[in-house]
Design a protein around this ligand. Structure first.
Ligand code: DC
Length: 222
């Protein structure tokens, strides 16, 4: 049993904001696993390799090195040594990440990296399969949800704050599509672990969600 906290849920449920806030309060490190799949997606996108081209995806795997480091408490994702943080936050790369993450070999590579990161440290790790596959022994498992409309609104505001204007209706469709792909894929689909606590964030702000999860953690002795 590790002293780690696993947070899973669909796109836009607030995972990264919440996980970051909890990591700060607990003094744990925050690991955003979606960013690692996004870096993989970026690699393939830049080379014109389609998300469903299994042969090319797997042939390139040994040439891809994704690592994470921290600068002023912020996670930096390095793709073959290059800081790709500013390149991976677009809806396009999110969709590409969702596509390539259905590949079994891609998942195995990422999961072993994530397990290694958490082996010697207490982490708050967020993603889709953290409570079910990456950290099945995590002391605290949270499944974060929110309505599609609220998740669309949050993603829209997040992108707008970064200067990326986008069509809200299209964003909503992409979120629904991504939910479908992430929950229906054959390998480690997004699903609530049996021992995870579901927290619906539709009506709550970030502080309220963080408080709620800290209470849950406290009740488990964390
Ligand atoms: O959390 P995010 O939007 O940055 O994730 C991008 C995609 O990566 C997501 O649609 C599915 C995939 N992903 C995954 O399969 N497993 C994870 N643990 C995290 C992300």
């Amino acid at each position: 049993m590790t002293r780690s906290i696993a947070i899973d849920g669909p796109a836009g449920a607030g995972k990264s904001t919440i996980a970051k806030g909890i990591a700060k309060k607990k003094g744990f490190i925050y690991v955003d696993t979606g960013a690692m799949y996004r870096a993989m997606g970026l690699y393939y996108k830049e080379r014109g390799i389609a998300a469903d081209d299994t042969e090319k995806i797997e042939a390139a795997l040994e040439d891809i090195h994704v690592t994470i480091s921290y600068e002023n408490g912020e996670q930096i994702v390095l793709l073959n040594g290059e800081n790709v943080n500013s390149k991976i936050r677009t809806p396009e790369i999110g969709n590409m990440a969702s596509g390539v993450s259905t590949n079994k070999a891609v998942r195995e590579k990422m999961v072993s990296l994530q397990k290694e990161i958490a082996r010697t440290r207490s982490v708050v790790m967020d993603g889709r399969d953290i409570g079910t596959v990456v950290l099945p022994d995590a002391l605290v498992k949270i499944f974060l949800t929110a309505s599609v409309d609220v998740r669309t609104e949050r993603r829209y505001e997040e992108l707008k704050a970064k200067g990326m204007e986008c069509d809200k209706a299209k964003l909503r469709e992409e979120i629904i599509e991504r939910d479908y792909r992430d929950t229906h894929r054959e390998n480690s689909p997004l699903k609530k672990a049996d021992d995870a606590v579901e927290v619906d964030t539709t009506e709550l702000n970030a502080e309220q969600v963080i408080e709620k999860i800290l209470d849950i953690a406290g009740s488990k002795g964390l």
